[in-house]
Design a protein around this ligand. Structure first.
Ligand code: WTA
Length: 633
């Protein structure tokens, strides 16, 4: 049986045991799953490679564990509960039996097109049940899914398709978001025109049924392909370390990289963390509001909950449609027990007042979760009082695309909670704080760079197609450690507070972005010579995007120029990357070796320009005064 921690003493014991003998601990967790063949060795690892292998030579299929394993005990229980964008459209439910059948049909459909083990399949879909079904269908036949958030642009989609040389794209016709019908397939068509030569077929799920252009020989309707298939499909036998999926995420340099997760360790860790962090009891209705295009949706809408036999809800819409009470209306309607969302959503809904949540019966709620960015004290308190009514522990969960699952979080009702603190590491997670000289920061009440000194089962294995980049980014900063890129503080009782990124990654509305990516997009504008992008504190989004831009020819119409830049960023990345502020400058502060002094730019953007430190050693100190005077703050 998977360990389900019940009280503080047990947390302490389990944590101690997991550090004392990680292999025995994780082997005992892994025992509770269905394996075609048991592993020979629990762990083989070397962070210098990195070369990390969990459950060595174990054979399994994750969908047998998500689906088949539950058929006898809870075949008629709802597995996926789908709430549509439009509250007047009926909810859809798939029991474990039905989901199993749908996944098998989709798996057979993919097979009929020649998709097999190791092939990459790209997804570009809204939050419809078919997305979860098709993702699981890939896993069933051993194909690797690469889900791209459907808010990314055609250019961004094409980049990801090419990087993973995907064989197929699965998309929908349109996306229902609030009052909008967003053309999804059109974006795929545009991406295809950018030389995605590896793509053989585009499978189109009919969501809204609006008019569409289907390309003959290439495009196939999902229903034509799937409807007639057999609901039985033998699962492919996978090695523990075979790739389950690729998910692209932004870093401080270059293009987004494809984080790779493998079958065995990811399965064990997502199930273990789900069960413990949400204290999920049979019969509970669990709702995570994330999009499946992000890691939170992968691990805590699909895999973690289904592995645990939970009822997991998928929501198609947005928190503000038909009004800003929608989340609470849904909580009441489905008697949600665990609710998991992002601070940016809480802040946006907080701004609409307390009357909206007060209209609904939220008494079913037991646990509230937060993820993706630091939650500020005001939002934490509002969430606690107005949604949890003071009765629901808030789990502020810290983790990353690369970690696969939640690594730091309170355990509700078991460990205490404190605003702004993700609190304590989960069992098996060995955190350390490091200083910039490479020494460990010991003791409490200290700050440092957050690292992890021992592998946990769902740690990333590589970055797709570029292993050296993975080593450089995560395993080279400190010897024998995984470097998170976050700064953290350990309080007097050993709780962790995440301070934020220490690299050039920004977090806008919980969406992770590299400043370099946004700069590259802005630089595509004909009149832009150079740009520098930094984050600044933003009341709702957590961080906003501030761009400093040098132009060739003087700009006569500021507004027009702004619009052009926003358009280019939307085209290159997507609307989520649009700068909030654009300041035209004559130069950027640079060191004598030509490096942009982002620290100065960050301070100016954050209205904190009073103490910029010594700028006299800069190549061009005079530009600092100019930038300060023209700052849009
Ligand atoms: C940030 C999202 C503070 C952090 C699951 C991390 C957080 C990055 C928290 C990963 C939290 C995530 N408190 N910061 N509870 N959770 N972060 O890959 O900077 O989209 O490095 O994964 O989000 O973002 P990603």
């Amino acid at each position: 049986m998977l360990t389900r921690i019940k009280n503080l003493q047990e947390y302490k014991n389990v944590y101690a045991a997991s550090v004392d003998d990680p292999e025995s601990f994780w082997a005992s967790q892994a025992e509770s799953f269905t394996w075609r063949k048991k592993w020979d060795k629990t762990l083989d690892w070397d962070f210098n490679g990195p070369d990390i292998n969990w459950f060595v030579n174990g054979k399994l299929n994750i969908t047998e564990n998500c689906l088949d394993r539950h058929l006898e005990t809870r075949g008629d229980q709802v597995a996926i509960l789908w709430e549509p964008n439009d509250p007047n459209v009926p909810t859809k439910e798939y029991t474990y039996k039905e989901l199993h059948a749908e996944v098998c049909k989709a798996a057979n459909a993919l097979k009929s097109l020649g998709v097999g083990k190791g092939d990459r399949v790209c997804f570009y879909m809204p939050m419809v049940p078919e997305l979860a079904i098709a993702v699981l269908a890939c896993a069933r036949i051993g194909a690797i899914h690469s889900v791209v958030f459907a808010g990314f642009s055609a250019t961004a989609l094409a980049d990801r398709i090419k990087d993973a040389t995907c064989k197929m794209v699965i998309c929908s016709d349109f996306n229902n978001r609030g009052v909008k019908h967003i053309p999804v397939k059109k974006v795929v068509d545009d991406a295809m025109a950018m030389g995605c030569d590896s793509i053989e077929k585009v499978i189109v799920h009919k969501n809204t049924g609006d008019d569409l252009n289907m390309v003959e020989g290439r495009d196939i309707w999902w229903h034509d392909l799937v409807d007639g298939q057999s609901p039985v499909c033998e699962a492919e036998e996978m090695d523990s370390e075979d790739i389950l999926f690729i998910l692209y995420t932004s870093g401080s340099t270059g293009k987004p990289k494809g984080v790779v997760h493998t079958c065995g360790g990811y399965m064990v860790y997502t199930a273990f963390s789900f069960t413990n962090v949400f204290q999920y009891d049979p019969g509970d209705i669990y709702w995570c509001t994330a999009d499946i295009g992000w890691i939170t949706g992968h691990s805590y809408i699909i895999y973690g909950p289904l592995l645990s036999g939970a009822t997991t809800m998928m929501f198609e819409g947005v928190p503000t449609y038909p009004d800003a009470g929608r989340f609470w209306e849904i909580c009441e309607k489905h008697k949600v027990n665990q609710f998991y969302t992002a601070p940016t959503a809480i802040r946006a809904l907080m701004a609409k007042g307390e009357d909206l949540p007060a209209k609904y019966d939220l008494s079913s709620l037991k646990v509230l979760g937060s993820v993706g960015e630091p939650i500020n004290e005001e939002a934490w308190n509002w969430y606690n009082i107005n949604i949890g009514k003071g009765n629901c522990p808030i789990v502020d969960t810290w983790w990353q695309t690369e970690t696969g699952g939640i690594l730091i979080s309170p355990l509700p009702g078991i460990t205490d909670t404190k605003p702004c603190y993700a609190s304590y590491p989960l069992p098996g997670v060995q955190l350390v704080l490091m200083d910039s000289e490479g020494k460990e920061v010991e003791g409490n009440n200290k700050e440092g760079l957050l690292c992890i000194k021992f592998p946990w089962p769902s740690i990333l294995r590589t970055t797709y197609g570029d292993h050296e980049r993975c080593r450089q980014t995560y395993f080279s900063a400190y010897e024998n450690m995984y470097f998170t890129g976050d700064g953290a503080r350990r309080d007097e009782d050993g709780r962790y507070r995440i301070i934020g990124r220490v690299d050039d990654v920004i977090n806008v509305s919980g969406h992770r972005m590299g400043t370099a990516e946004v700069e590259n997009a802005i630089n595509e504008h004909d009149n832009v010579v150079e740009s520098a992008v930094v984050g600044y504190p933003h009341e709702i989004k957590g961080q906003g995007i501030y761009a400093y831009v040098i132009v060739n020819d003087a700009v006569t119409d500021d507004d027009e120029f702004r619009k052009e830049v926003l358009k280019i960023v939307t085209k290159e990345i997507g609307p989520i990357a649009k700068p909030d502020k654009i300041q035209i400058v004559s130069g950027l502060p640079k060191t004598r070796s030509g490096k942009i002094m982002r620290r100065i730019l960050r301070k100016i953007a954050s209205s904190d320009a009073s103490n910029l430190g010594d700028v006299s050693t800069l190549l061009n100190p005079e530009v600092v005064t100019e930038i300060k005077e023209g700052a849009l703050v």
